[in-house]
Design a protein around this ligand. Structure first.
Ligand SMILES: [Zn+2]
Ligand SMILES: [Zn+2]
Length: 338
């Protein structure tokens, strides 16, 4: 079978790999679609994975083979699956930090979704794989994992009704967040360099969006929050310099919600600043199985709209093009059709 691997020199190379074989509790999926995730882009940019790694974890496929112990899925079932499973037994898991479980990041699909076939290990079959409802298309189903990360983030935020949010970065993640905040009666201010992303967010229900932190936008935020500033600053993109700029727009006692790595090694005194103003930091890393299930339900009942976020569908050989287009913000969500 063919797989698109990370190549340190060329970016991506296509390799011939042996067909994965199932252990008794595994299934083999013929990959129908696999979304390119922001974390894939980061891994390519930082070259943080070893040469030959097959990435891709937003996978929809058809069951092509299964181990003798598998009862959950039949051959031919359409299945959506995510890549990490907690152990449910360690210190972290027992205290609810499922995504900090040491086992979590060690678990993965074999080899990864940017391949024609993928082996889904038994623990994934049990916890992170779901039959795609008939009313949900492949295109929609690939949003299960990224949306689940957003859902889990919302649950961690402990919002109150009418909370105000400044949402930095209106890519596909930011747009889904707009829906989730709107569904919880929160007012969203969006910030993104791209005009069309701002327009889309307003269409989805954001209160106001801007491509820069201009006076008019700041005034709007101040007005709606009676000069307090927003309750939550959610960063789905950005850099430390921007954080310093937008921090004064967070109310005292508000929250900074970090949803992405901002990179860099800025020597600002941000922690001191947070301490004195009692601003809590709510970082969220990855999704848990229950949030995956919740996300799939939302896609099915259309309380979150995902179709408009998909800009391209590309064959396996064009994976690197897709990554480049996403890096240049020429596309919002791209999926690979191996
Ligand atoms: Zn992802
Ligand atoms: Zn654990």
């Amino acid at each position: 079978m063919k797989a698109a691997c990370f190549d340190r020199v060329r970016g991506v190379r296509i390799e011939e790999r042996p067909m994965p074989q199932p252990e008794p509790s595994d299934i083999i999926l013929r990959v129908d679609s696999c979304g390119i995730c922001g974390t894939d882009l980061l891994k390519f940019r930082q070259q943080s994975v070893s040469d030959g790694t097959v990435l891709g974890h937003e996978v929809v496929g058809t069951v092509a083979d299964r181990g003798q112990d598998v009862r959950k899925f039949e051959l031919g079932d359409r299945v959506v699956v995510a890549h990490h499973v907690p152990c449910y037994q360690c210190h972290y898991c027992l205290r609810g930090s499922l995504t900090m479980c040491r086992h979590f990041k060690e678990t993965n699909l074999d080899p990864g979704g940017f391949a024609e076939y993928v082996r889904v290990p038994g623990s994934h079959v049990e916890h992170t794989a779901f039959k795609v409802p008939d009313s949900v298309t492949d295109d929609e189903a690939i949003f299960m994992e990224p949306l689940a990360c957003c859902v889990r983030n919302m649950n961690r935020l402990a919002l109150a009704a009418n909370d105000t949010v400044l949402l930095v970065g209106l890519g596909s993640i930011g747009q889904m967040m707009v829906d989730l905040f709107r569904n919880r009666d929160c007012q969203v201010f969006g910030l993104d360099l791209k005009e069309e992303r701002c327009k889309l967010a307003v269409k989805r229900g954001a209160f106001a969006c801007a491509t820069e932190l201009n006076d008019k936008f700041v005034r709007e935020i101040k007005q709606l929050t009676e000069e307090r500033g927003v309750d939550v600053l959610l960063l789905t993109a950005g850099h430390m310099a921007l954080v310093n700029q937008v921090l004064p727009l967070v109310r005292d006692g508000g929250k900074i919600n970090l949803f992405a790595s901002l990179g860099g090694n800025d020597e600002s005194n941000i922690l001191e600043y947070l301490y004195h103003r009692e601003i809590s930091l709510v970082p969220t890393y990855s999704a848990t199985p229950d949030s995956l299930e919740e996300a799939l339900q939302m896609i099915e009942d259309k309380s979150v709209e995902v179709n408009s976020l998909l800009t391209d569908r590309l064959p396996l050989k064009d994976l690197y093009d897709g990554i480049t287009r996403l890096n240049n913000q020429e596309a919002m969500k791209i999926l690979i059709r191996p």
